[in-house]
Design a protein around this ligand. Structure first.
Ligand SMILES: [Mg+2]
Length: 378
């Protein structure tokens, strides 16, 4: 089998309401749909996060496509290495693993989709096989005010999510007010994780962690700057609350540094950081050797990423019991099936061929128009 063409389509899937976090407000998921077509008629699908410029990401993907045309889709690792070399190393710029991962993730996903469809098996069976029957997710409570976040948390707790996660780093007073309101709303038994998204330095983090103790918070995610493993290690050394590494880890090299420096109790990692399923598995294996769980990360993505992440997560023994997914925020999805709404905080491991989803082409057209409309506004 040979790859005959690679098609890229910028899309915007709007959120049902604005998404608030420490770095601002997000209105929707901007992605590039990647289609890998083959000479046997099999088509694989993936997506790359496209912000802030879909046109720029498409341009990179077109260069990557030139590396892949007329080659076998079963050579995933070699194609990705060659594409990374052609895009980021061949001209002496040497190293862009974080940006490179973001660009190439959609292509890597699509290659797994082709491979699975070619043999009529889910991708996880080609990656060593599932060690889980289902994937557990945390309830991601959203809102602008403490009352809004607490009301959302209450709804999620009632829906069966055991872990409630929400954003902090939005001002110390608001953060404590929100945490108190959430704890009151969900009662004493549900678990709480908070994410300040790098807004605290080690002294600030220590001060906030001491205050958060009163509300039985079990984990604080990436409190300090994304470039400093040392700062995260410093916080963790004196923190009575578990510390998660998020933006400080994109690659397996980053994961090794975090583990070596005992900088985290948990590594949060997603396909758009690692450049796809294979890279995520590498991070997980390094974390496993340090007896650390990994937690799936979510970005501004559609159900395509949820399904692709589900496939690789199924194969990871040290997968955490509270993973992130972002479908809940979409006004509508470009995945038609399966139903990606968790029941009691869980989704089954997907059994369909490839990445295990069917695309809703009417909604792809809507998302294409939404991207064009947003581009014309800019
Ligand atoms: Mg995070």
């Amino acid at each position: 089998m040979k790859i005959t063409s690679i098609k890229t389509t910028p899309l915007l899937v709007p959120y049902s309401k604005p998404y608030h976090w420490a770095q601002g407000v997000i209105e929707g998921a901007g992605v590039v749909l990647v289609e890998v077509h083959t000479d046997e008629g099999i088509v694989g699908y993936g997506e790359s996060v496209s912000t802030p410029s879909a046109e720029a990401i498409v341009a990179y993907l077109k260069h990557a496509a030139q590396v892949c045309i007329n080659r076998s889709p079963f050579q995933n690792a070699r194609l990705m290495a060659d594409a990374y070399h052609a895009l980021f190393q061949a001209f002496g710029t040497c190293s862009s693993p974080r940006f490179g991962g973001r660009v190439l993730a959609g292509l890597e996903m699509a290659l797994w989709d082709v491979a699975g469809k070619a043999v009529g098996r889910p991708a996880h069976e080609l990656m060593g096989g599932a060690v889980h029957d289902e994937i557990s997710y945390f309830g991601f409570a959203q809102g602008d005010t403490a009352e809004e976040v607490a009301a959302d948390a209450s709804e999620l707790a009632a829906a069966g999510f055991e872990v409630i996660y929400f954003k902090v780093g939005r001002g110390d007073g608001l953060d404590i007010e929100t945490t108190k309101a959430v704890r009151t709303a969900i009662g004493p038994d549900k678990r709480i994780r908070v994410d300040p998204n790098e807004q605290w330095n080690p002294i600030h983090a220590g001060r906030m962690i001491r205050k958060l103790m009163e509300y039985d918070v079990e984990a604080v995610e990436q409190p300090t700057h994304c470039e400093s493993v040392a700062a995260l290690a410093q916080v963790r050394a004196s923190s009575p609350i578990a510390i998660s590494a998020d933006q400080v880890v994109f690659t397996h090299f980053d994961a090794y540094d975090v583990c070596r420096q005992s900088a985290a109790d948990l590594i949060v990692i997603g396909l758009h950081e690692t450049g796809g399923l294979t890279g995520l598995a590498k991070v997980a294996h390094i974390a496993e050797a340090a007896d650390i769980n990994i937690c799936l990360h979510g970005l501004y993505e559609t159900g395509i990423t949820t399904c692709a992440a589900n496939q690789v997560a199924a194969t990871i023994p040290n997968l955490d019991d509270a993973n992130q997914h972002m479908n809940r925020f979409l006004a509508w999805d470009i995945v038609k099936a399966p139903d990606l709404r968790p029941i009691n905080g869980r989704l089954p491991v997907l059994k369909g061929a490839g990445l295990g989803f069917q695309i809703d082409w009417d909604n792809v057209e809507r998302a294409k128009q939404a991207h064009l409309n947003s581009a014309s506004i800019l």
